[in-house]
Design a protein around this ligand. Sequence first.
Ligand SMILES: *Cc1c(COP(=O)(O)O)cnc(C)c1O
Length: 403
Amino acid sequence: MTEVFKGSFTQQEPIPEDAIEAAVAVMRHGRLHRYNVSPGEIAETALLEREFAEFTGARYCLAVASGGYAMATALRASGVRPGDKVLSNAFTLAPVPGAIASIGAVPVLVEVTEALVIDIADLERKIRSSGGKVLLLSHMRGHICDMDRLMALCDAAGVKVIEDCAHTMGAAWNGVASGRSGLAGCYSTQTYKHMNSGEGGFLVTDDPDLAARAVILSGSYMLYSAHPAAPGLEVFERVKYETPNVSGRMDNLRAAILRPQLRRLPEQVAAWNARYRAVEGGLRGTPGLQTIDRPEAESIVGSSIQFLLPGWDAGRVQEVVARCRARGVELKWFGAAEPVAFTSKYDSWRYFESAPMPQTDRVMAGLLDMRLPLTFSIADCELISRIIRAEVGAVFQSRKAAE
Ligand SMILES: *Cc1c(COP(=O)(O)O)cnc(C)c1O
């Protein structure tokens, strides 16, 4: 009998009951705007900022409307000006170059390796050739590069690092929380990330000037004293006249939904990783398929899994995708010529000019990606890996026979 998987790859868990209750309480009192508080009240958004700062170990935290907004704000608050070059990895999702472009800056893309992380040797070349002074480092699909090497290179070259942690909330490198090696870390709480408020994001930093500028940029008017996870008022005095208001605040309803989720995040991380390891174990050793080894220093959040079909031609990769889809398993291919849904490739971002990325092209031509929502059981994950293993095997055999 041919096994078929019936689950949905886009179905996240429901919002937990205590989070629903907290949201209903906010709706009952009606003070959804973060600066709308009764005497002595601290807004849900402000409490969430304090808790997320504590979770990451950052001095300052700002809750905002999206992960993309957090990145654009971090770049702008760190002094990036229109026309400036901002380095970033070629393997990422559209909001990353989009954040750079949104402030009029120009992306300079850097190759990725087969481990799906930024190629540090290419980064060194691109720093030299472009003169870029800021790196927006995307920990795409949760893969963290050697942060010790990367920070040594960037510190020596005077390059500021802003981390895109949309896929690494709760992850770490050598015990350092993702988002805490660079000047600022940016996170998303959009439905498909590690906490779900529909839309939302965070910016964390230890830099007081950056934090104060970010608060004002986010649309604080002059109510910045209502930010318990922001620097002292004297820092705002330095920047308040020269920083525009570009509204992108989080509201109390989203914050109320997120606070209980943050308390539960470590458990969720463990649940994701159990699923990730079940699929990884099931795929390992499949002829023609390469799993991605995760370094010892990396603590992962396995909310998605990637594998390579190295050297496969496009037709055969598409055949694997089609055969898996017919059995209920949704794989996303990063080698497609045209952008599809959330998946796009650097050569589809034509609002800036990029040098050719031959190494990234080669990696992405064989790169398949799969979400692992927590609505899947471990048995589901085992079934999914059996299906992938069988279909990759079937196509691989027919390729060998044709050779
Ligand atoms: C989702 C995502 C973001 C930011 O997402 P928003 O939808 O703006 O919250 C940033 N980087 C990557 C890699 C993402 O997947």
